[in-house]
Design a protein around this ligand. Structure first.
Ligand code: PEP
Ligand code: CO
Length: 459
């Protein structure tokens, strides 16, 4: 088998190397007390096998290019922050179940193939708004994700530990291995959507809707098989890609590799790394690092981003105007999307740079309750999603995907949704160490809303 043809260069301008970012200011990095230990860990990491292959990365680029042409819809979802402790069979399978159910809902409702990307197998590093967290007069370093330190509020837990980089790689590969085995082994088989049932939602009204849809698809598959006399082979498996915020540049560098018979460099810690909102400085280390890798990349676009900044990012990160390279993930908040997004859409159009626009309706809608709990209202998430479709349509553009924080666990972290969770419910089952996630019902409800809205927008 030979790899498909792809443009081979992403860089232009000054010489790039996997470590050229080190000459620049790097936001959100970690001060390790023992530089020697960090160096030894990174040497070890550089020798370990990668988590993904260049073939898969290039195949995803093809899918992103198709989505840019309106031939696919992108679904990206998972935890805000994965944790080593939750690298367990039920957590991984439940998350996969939700993503599969959502993607089936989207494929069926939009009549389009879906690009499936998990925020998993490496989503272990978090940007923080403050380097310190203070509780009852005690200040400690903020929790920066399991790749760096631990969430407990003690000096020992919060001390950055380089060994965690190796543990992060190991947990990513355990997750990846299990996801691959599930997906390849028939877990995603359309003949058996009952494999994806989550026990805790047995009595949900949404579960009934979903079952009707899944049964309808199952009947169609069997009908096709009866007519053709053949088993529909490729409905047994689906493509699943991984993604994380490529924040910890030493870690990313150690997994940036060259491969035989391919030009350039690939980040092989994940298929789809993205640049977070806090690390998009043009002369910063993250943009420098991303400039030289051949992966498709995401860029978070917040309400403060100026049009000229976005255009400069597109120039630096995709000078060749290659298809399948850039995904712009806007995260404006329900209150700001209407006023901020149109100018940014026009700015990208003026650049004539192919981009895929994806809506993250989570991060602009975070708020803190009176009792200090971080939450998001489902109503605002839904509103941002609906407005996103409308704003793109009104500006001669197309919304091509959604980026969500969700889990298959029965958590109560976002308010509202099918069971109309209130502030009191947040105390019941709040597990996220960073941002509040949609639970299964809220996620599926959102998928159904996307189908309704998409079909209105493109009627
Ligand atoms: C995130 O996706 O968890 C995140 C921190 O997002 P943003 O960079 O958009 O704030
Ligand atoms: Co988050």
């Amino acid at each position: 088998m030979s790899a498909p043809e792809h443009p081979t260069t992403t860089t232009s301008g000054p010489e790039w190397a996997p470590d050229s970012w080190q000459a620049l200011e790097a936001a959100q990095q970690v001060e390790y007390p023992d530089a020697g230990e960090l160096r030894r860990v990174l040497e070890e990491l550089r020798e370990l096998p990668p988590l993904v292959t260049s073939w898969e990365v290039l195949a995803l680029r093809e899918q992103v290019a198709e989505a840019q042409r309106g031939e696919r819809f992108l679904l990206q979802g998972g935890d805000c922050a994965e944790s080593f402790a939750e690298c367990t069979s039920p957590v991984i399978t439940n998350r996969l179940k939700v993503l599969l159910q959502m993607s089936l809902t989207l494929v069926h409702g939009l009549q389009l193939p879906v690009v499936r990307i998990g925020r998993f197998a490496g989503q272990y590093a978090k940007p923080r708004s403050s380097p310190l967290e203070t509780r009852d007069g005690v200040s400690l370093p903020s929790y920066r994700g399991d790749l760096v330190n631990a969430p407990a509020f003690t000096a020992a837990a919060r001390a950055p530990d380089p060994q965690r980089l190796l543990q992060g790689h190991a947990h990513s590969s355990l997750t990846m291995n299990f996801v691959r085995a599930l997906v390849d082994g028939g877990f995603a088989d359309l003949h058996h959507p009952e494999y994806w049932d989550l026990s805790w939602v047995e009595h949900s009204p949404l579960a009934n809707d979903f079952h009707r849809l899944a049964e309808g698809i199952g009947r169609s598959v069997r009908f096709m098989e009866t007519i053709s006399g053949q088993r529909a082979g490729n409905v047994r498996r689906v493509d699943f890609y991984t993604s994380h915020e490529a924040l910890h540049l030493h870690y990313e560098q150690a997994l940036t590799r060259q491969v035989p018979r391919q030009e350039g460099w690939f980040n092989l810690s994940t298929h789809f790394p993205w640049i977070g909102m806090r690390t998009t400085e043009l002369d910063g280390a993250h943009v420098e690092y991303f400039r030289g890798i051949r992966n498709p990349i995401g860029i978070k676009v917040g309400p403060a981003m100026q049009e000229a900044h976005l255009q400069a990012l597109l120039n630096v990160l995709n000078p060749g105007r290659e298809h399948g390279r850039i995904v712009l993930i806007h995260r404006m908040g329900a209150a700001q999307i209407g006023s901020r997004l149109p100018a940014l859409i026009r700015a990208a159009q003026d650049c004539e740079s192919p981009v895929l626009w994806v809506c993250d309706p989570m991060h602009g809608n975070t708020e803190t309750t009176g009792s200090g709990i971080k939450t998001r209202r489902f109503r605002n998430i839904m509103s941002e999603m609906e407005q996103a479709f409308d704003v793109h349509s009104a500006n001669d553009s197309r919304l091509g995907g959604v980026h969500l924080e969700l889990t298959g666990e029965n958590v109560t972290e976002c308010t509202g949704g099918a069971r109309d969770l209130g502030e009191k419910d947040l105390e019941r089952s709040y597990k996220s160490t960073v941002d509040p996630r949609l639970n299964y019902e809220q996620a599926l409800e959102l998928a159904m809303l996307i189908v309704r809205k998409y079909n209105q927008a493109f009627e």
